[in-house]
Design a protein around this ligand. Structure first.
Ligand code: FDA
Length: 293
């Protein structure tokens, strides 16, 4: 990414331009690139959530390499005394190979997390993985305390999932959901996604104590601020690298905890595509930046 392409003529090839554009949301191809962005976030009093890009990994050795890299990045953040944690994707850590293999990998990362007082988030992917992800999350929660899981309000099941997770002390990251889901599993449209978000947010403030609100949506953030004024809770805002930076600083200035999700690694295309898809204006901006070279 920037370090690879720099200000060379490769910058002006279609791939070079694509990478340059992707660079707003992806730290770069290496762990070092991610640590630089994490440092920058920390300088602004924003915590970092480091994520090695990669999904649907089918080979055991590639999964084990990703797990080793997570352990390395946890160590690197600890050595630098950073305010940082990690977030993994289930399909990167073995869920599509075998459930016990997935669990053994999560355990391996959690052992390191526990020894360093770090924190592990489990991302949530498409709905065919929800049950299996929550199964491993519940096992993790029974043995470790510094672990949280994402839930998506574009799924009908989420309110019930959150109710039952809160009963066992689950730590939840509430997001709208980045994967296309159709009824009856998914909700009907964006309005319902938002209504569900408000409902589950209310539930978190009512019965939860420690959770994350992961959105860039001003209306959802405003609602969160209203709820926290009425009932203070241990919660944090989480946002993606390259999105709504001024808002992050504003929330920090108001005394809220904000974390930035910092993805890195060579497998950035699926993540980049999701970011483009969720905001058509980004496609327009990208095309314009291509035309201006
Ligand atoms: P929405 O997409 O409705 O956008 C609301 C407003 O935010 C827009 O009108 C615009 O102002 C601003 N905005 C949003 N995206 C922008 C962009 N790219 N550039 C500029 N402005 C933008 N999903 C998932 O399925 N599983 C997961 O594990 C996670 N994990 C996760 C972690 C963190 C920290 C975040 C922030 C998000 C996720 N997500 C996720 C992604 C999430 O589900 C969702 O797809 C995106 O956050 C976009 O939804 P918003 O809530 O921001 O609202």
């Amino acid at each position: 990414m920037p370090k690879i392409y720099g200000a060379t003529s490769a910058n002006r090839t279609p791939v070079g331009l694509l990478i340059r554009f992707a660079n707003q949301w992806v730290a770069g191809e290496t762990m070092a690139d991610a640590l630089v962005r994490a440092d920058e976030a920390n300088d602004r009093h924003i915590g970092a959530i480091l994520n090695l890009l990669g999904e649907h990994v089918e080979g055991r050795s590639a999964v084990l390499a990703a797990v080793d890299e997570y352990i390395e990045v946890i160590d690197a953040a600890e050595n630098r005394k950073m305010d940082a944690c990690v977030s993994i994707k289930p399909t990167q850590c073995g869920i599509i190979i075998d459930q016990e293999f997935f669990w053994s990998n999560v355990k391996k990362i959690l052992d390191r997390v526990r020894s360093l007082d770090a924190f592990l988030w489990m991302d949530m992917e498409g709905s065919r993985f929800t049950d299996r992800t929550l199964d491993v999350y519940r096992r993790a929660l029974a043995a470790y305390d510094r672990v949280g899981v994402a839930v998506q309000t574009n799924l009908r099941r989420t309110e019930k999932d959150v109710e039952s997770l809160l009963e066992v002390g689950g730590i939840v990251r509430l997001c709208k959901g980045a994967y296309r889901e159709l009824p009856p599993v998914g909700v009907r449209d964006r309005r319902e996604v938002d209504a569900n978000f408000r409902r589950v947010l209310g539930l978190l403030f009512e019965r939860g104590d420690r959770f994350a609100v992961a959105t860039h949506d001003g209306a959802m953030i405003e609602r969160t601020l209203e709820l926290v004024r009425a009932a203070p809770r241990r919660f944090e805002f989480q946002m993606l690298l390259g999105v709504r930076d001024a808002l992050k600083d504003e929330l920090v200035a108001k005394g809220h905890r904000v974390l930035e999700y910092i993805p890195y690694g060579p497998n950035w295309l699926p993540y980049f595509t999701r970011r483009l898809r969720e905001r058509p204006r980004n496609v327009f901006t990208m095309v314009r930046s291509f035309m201006s070279g």
